[in-house]
Design a protein around this ligand. Sequence first.
Ligand SMILES: C[S@@+](CC[C@H](N)C(=O)[O-])C[C@H]1O[C@@H](n2cnc3c(N)ncnc32)[C@H](O)[C@@H]1O
Length: 273
Amino acid sequence: MEGTRRDRSAGAGADAIADWNRTAWNRQVARGNRWTQPVDAAAVAAARRGDFSVVLTPSRPVPRDWFPPLAGLRVLGLASGGGQQMPLLAAAGATVTLHDLSPAQLAQDRAVAEREGLAIRLEEGDMRDLSRYPDGSFDLLFHPCSNSFIPDPQPVWREAFRVLAPGGVLMSGLTQPVRFLFDEKKLERGEFEVRHSLPYSDFVHLSEAERAELQAADEPWCFGHTLEQQLGGQLEAGFVLTALFEDRGRGTGDGALDERIACYLATRAVKPR
Ligand SMILES: C[S@@+](CC[C@H](N)C(=O)[O-])C[C@H]1O[C@@H](n2cnc3c(N)ncnc32)[C@H](O)[C@@H]1O
């Protein structure tokens, strides 16, 4: 299935997709995209006192009881650049590594770390390849909504399971499949036209002209996954799901759909001991 979608992607194999998405996210930083704006000094100061709020999805904070005690916790931020969550977890006492595709997104975290005197290990790389990390090297993987930038999430679930220590926690932000069904332009105008199907791919479901328009706007390539890929994939990798909540976009471009259904999910999963 994935092979078919890649074959139909006008020469855009997995690496070409990642190449463009790296460029696109670098440019989104320059454009001031919401997901590239670093936290301020007040948020870091509060986090140092143990008072922090981070998101996996657009707006609902992750419940505090999802986190193990943070002091010395080995955290991997997976596709979590932008100077948002990782500086706060570092300020709260965790030992933080950030793995992200975009040098400009990593630079946002570097800037906060230098400004605030925080230690964050920065690693440029694809979320599907965590081979530089030994088995069991983290206690918490924090993975905000970003699987929609890769054609297949399964390699991420597999690698996440491997690099977590037994008892380790995976927190993920996921986009609901329904978010990918509708004609995007009409949705923005409050009209619902079911146009696409799942799994969704910009390369299968959009015309060449529509893709050119997205590239001109520095938008990353997007993919919509089924719940079987998102939740079943975690279970297949060996995780046990322990908690889940839904969230709404509230101004992230979900249009009228946002008023009718929560388009995002956050999951907490544990690697059994
Ligand atoms: C929506 S942002 C998420 C970060 C943000 N701090 C948040 O709260 O959601 C998506 C991130 O995924 C990263 N990304 C996209 N494709 C990736 C890939 N294949 N491997 C690693 N990171 C990727 C982007 O560089 C970007 O920083």
